[in-house]
Design a binder for this molecule. Structure first.
Ligand code: BDR
Ligand code: CA
Length: 313
């Protein structure tokens, strides 16, 4: 079983991703680490603890992540209009009983990667700050970590914060650039792929008719996310960003990839844009992409297979 740490900003699709991971025999979730994005970090921690209580998995530690962007002062953006003020569809669940561990998220990530060299997959589902801090904390981290599978970027399709930028990258573009260029084995799953994995209204009815506890829970929180998609994208269904990314962490063969150097734009109107360069021979001049390590970027997905797995689990 693959040991995974999920770095998350729950978040409705994050909740679904966490549940899919907990129900997947291929993976062993060894910890959740929290980050801002859909909500501020404090609420992300509360929601992570709550989701583990709902799933009956309070044995899994939660390490709280940073409250600030890597440049410490860049304005934080949260997406409460997508996920609700509470991050979980405005259901106002009671506060969790559990508490996060003493270690911070970057410390936990660095320590686990050191304890199990080459074996830990970090699945990054929020802003990339904790992972960038892990890179800065330990020069060996990018060698020790087995793989980083991240939901980030949009790769030649429009973003979802603005035409240039996807939310997890926009949350901390400088951190994302550190992660993309850190030299670890990275799979990036972007909106170009996740917009193909849609849970339709019919699928949601099917979920509602299941008597699984987690399926029932998800149906409660999905309402607001559905209304947002109807309004913003005029579709009768929801994009499964984070659950799709979890599947890429343990069944990468359901996707195809291109490889190249990804840099993140950090200024101007395209702040947060991810730009992939996958032809190392084309430019004679030195560029900001030269001599940087390559990552894998998902280009296609077997959407029916991914959706079926998510539904089944
Ligand atoms: C990503 O941003 C967050 O809102 C979602 O949970 C997902 O991780 C999609 O852009
Ligand atoms: Ca997320």
């Amino acid at each position: 079983r693959k040991k995974i740490i999920i770095d998350t900003d729950p978040g409705i699709d994050d909740a679904m991703a966490i549940f899919v991971a907990l129900k997947s025999p291929e993976v062993d979730v060894i910890g959740l680490t929290t980050i801002y994005g859909n909500v501020y970090t404090t609420l992300a921690t509360r929601n992570a603890l709550h989701l583990l209580e709902v799933a009956g998995r309070t044995d899994i530690p939660v390490a709280e992540g940073t409250h600030k962007t890597i440049l410490n002062g860049t304005k934080l953006r949260v997406a409460d209009f997508v996920h609700g003020k509470d991050g979980l569809g405005n259901q106002n669940f009671p506060p969790p009983n559990g508490k996060p561990i003493e270690q911070s998220a970057p410390e936990f990530i660095v320590e686990q990667a050191k304890l199990h060299p080459g074996e830990i997959t970090v699945v990054a589902l929020g802003a990339m700050t904790n992972i960038a801090l892990a890179v800065q904390l330990d020069p060996e981290f990018s060698k020790n970590v087995g793989q980083i599978v991240l939901l980030g970027g949009s790769f030649a399709v429009n973003g979802n914060v603005n035409p240039a930028s996807e939310a997890n990258i926009f949350g901390d573009p400088e951190a994302a650039d550190i992660v993309f260029t850190c030299g670890a084995d990275i799979i990036a799953v972007g909106l170009n792929v996740t917009h193909q994995v849609v849970m339709t209204a019919d699928d949601m009815d099917e979920l509602a008719s299941s008597n699984g506890k987690l399926a029932q829970y998800l149906c409660k929180i999905l309402g607001l996310y559905y209304s947002y998609h109807l309004d913003a994208y005029e579709i009768k269904g929801v994009y499964l960003h984070d659950p799709t990314t979890i599947i890429a962490a343990f069944l990468p063969s359901l996707f195809t990839y291109t490889e190249g150097v990804v840099r993140v734009q950090t200024d101007g109107i395209t702040r947060g844009l991810t730009l992939l360069y996958n032809n190392q021979k084309r430019f004679e001049e030195e560029t900001e992409w030269s001599d940087k390590p390559s990552v894998k970027v998902a280009v296609t997905v077997d959407a029916p297979a991914v959706l079926k797995l998510i539904m089944d689990r």
